[in-house]
Design a protein around this ligand. Sequence first.
Ligand code: NDP
Ligand code: 8X3
Length: 249
Amino acid sequence: MSKTALITGATSGFGAATARRFVAAGWRVIATGRRADRLQALVDELGADQVHAAVFDIRDAQAMNAAMDALPEAFRGIDLLVNNAGLAQGTKPAQDARLDDWQRMIDTNVTALVTLTRRVLPLLIERRGAIVNISSTAANYPYAGGNVYGGTKAFVSQFSLGLRSDLHGTGVRVTTLEPGMAETEFTLVRTHGDQAASDALYQGAQPMTAQDIADTIHWIATLPPHLNINRLEMMPVSQSFAGFQVARG
Ligand code: NDP
Ligand code: 8X3
């Protein structure tokens, strides 16, 4: 029997690549996001039998619940939740950051993620399904300007471990995937639309691709049912760690 994955943020980057990867492997996909035209293009490309487009702003709990209530019969049993929708906003130090940027990251990366997870958990338990939460290396290593973004992703990683504990005995698997630099629309969004800044960041860096992440999510989700990857951190070879900084008076 064909399985169903609910993939948030499937209009771009990791989510779109993951939707394609799972459909290629015979899964049905519920693809979410705000940009209806992109979701429709995905349906046109992959087929309405395989993809259901659920258009809503993930910060709007009422719209999220309405979209879940309106799932067509064939997409009602959910085997995998990929909590991928998310964003960074701004690169300024905390003392210069915009409070509305911070609020938006918390609303999207934390509040919306837990709201959807709570909604889907009973369905996942019913089918002994799985959750893959997209965190970041920013959860593990602080960097200048990462402040609230890193904080939201640290929440995602810790929430995933907590879910593992609470779901003990249910057969539901939970993984937090912590990627480093990957080229998507992430930096365009982070810089409020600065394409040159985005191009400059990835230029010559050989960043990871959305396909790399999609393949990894597919691998995690299709391991034998007795195996759980708790957390998986990945980076391009070109990226590593900076040393501590010292301010001299
Ligand atoms: P993209 O900007 O390419 O994709 C982000 C996706 O999130 C889009 O589909 C967007 O859909 C969706 N999204 C954002 N806000 C909302 C919202 N309010 N309501 C509904 N959907 C929303 O970035 P990535 O693919 O790179 O990012 C995916 C995840 O991976 C994020 O959680 C990000 O933090 C994380 N990540 C990214 C890394 C990178 O280097 N690229 C590294 C580590 C983690 P739409 O705009 O249509 O609503
Ligand atoms: C995205 C990776 O290093 O830009 O989560 O924060 S980074």
